[in-house]
Design a protein around this ligand. Structure first.
Ligand code: ZN
Length: 289
């Protein structure tokens, strides 16, 4: 099953297009795409036996985030061996490098992002959306708490991230539009193996990241089990699972996003995000100072 946020309303994506869930369910399920996760198992059971009308065609630009307002937006750093190597860090596998992103940074899959001053970098990531509350779960239990998967960008301004007395991940990764998610949520039964998903990121058509989730330091079930020992994961929470090698600051010389750039993020069996970058008004003012 695929669910999407089309024009702010929950839709099922079928072979013919998008079906409005609130309408098709006779009002049983709310139109708000975030609210469905609180009733995920009930929703899945309904969807499996529902007689759906034909889907309506839609434009990619109509899509918003499949989880637009999670209670928690958790992100994991240094979770691919090759990315850790390019940042010069040795990863102790018993530790988690975890930070929160602010949920106001979430956007839909196809957007224009205003670049703040600084060095804005890309990080293509697999995102997990939680379907049922997970607290102190084992690796074996973790899969049953997953609603589905979506693609993510963890855009980051590197100067703010690294130049303080201690690194400041959360703020530097939470500028407006810095967490595009989408293009829809794909349930686990539609993904042959979440531990073998190719993810790529292209800058103006040139592939800059080409990774696979088989290279995750902590695969998704391990990640959820470890996180749930500390925080309770709620339905609709989003977890970004880390990025593979090829980010801008790991390059020699480093390379960052510029106005006019187009960033294309793709995960097999899930779909594609497209971000176009412009200057923000404040950056324009600064440039003409
Ligand atoms: Zn990241």
């Amino acid at each position: 099953m695929r669910t999407a946020n089309k024009a702010g309303r929950l839709h099922l994506i079928t072979s013919t297009g998008a079906v409005d869930v609130a309408t098709a369910s006779g009002g049983r399920f709310d139109a708000d795409p975030q609210k469905v996760y609180a009733r995920w198992e009930e929703f899945r059971a309904w969807e499996q036996q529902a007689e759906l009308p034909g889907g309506q065609p839609f434009e990619p630009a109509e899509l918003g985030s499949p989880a637009p307002a999670p209670a928690q937006l958790v992100a994991v750093g240094l979770n691919y061996h090759d990315h850790a190597a390019e940042t010069g860090v040795t990863v102790p596998e018993e530790l988690l490098t975890v930070f929160g992103k602010f949920t106001s940074s979430i956007s839909g899959p196809h957007t224009t992002v205003g670049l703040p001053r600084g060095n804005v970098d890309w990080e293509a990531e697999l995102a997990v959306v939680i379907g049922t509350t997970a607290s102190h779960v084992t690796e074996a239990e973790a899969a049953q708490h997953i609603a589905g998967y979506t693609a993510a960008q963890d855009l980051t301004e590197r100067i703010m991230q690294m130049s303080g007395p201690v690194p400041q991940f959360g703020l530097a990764k939470s500028f407006c539009g810095f967490t595009p998610l989408g293009p829809w949520l794909v349930t686990p039964d539609e993904i042959p193996d979440p531990g073998d998903l190719r993810l790529t990121c292209a800058l103006n058509g040139e592939i800059v990241q080409d990774g696979n989730t088989r290279d995750l330091v902590l695969p998704v079930p391990v990640l959820l089990a470890r996180l749930s020992q500390v925080i309770t994961l709620h339905p609709g929470d989003v977890i970004l699972t880390g990025t593979p090698a090829g980010v801008g600051w790991g390059r020699k010389p480093p390379r960052y996003l510029a106005p006019g750039d187009i960033l294309t993020t793709h995960i097999d069996h899930i779909g594609t995000l497209t971000q176009r970058f412009t200057r923000t008004d404040t950056a324009q003012e600064a440039a003409t100072d």
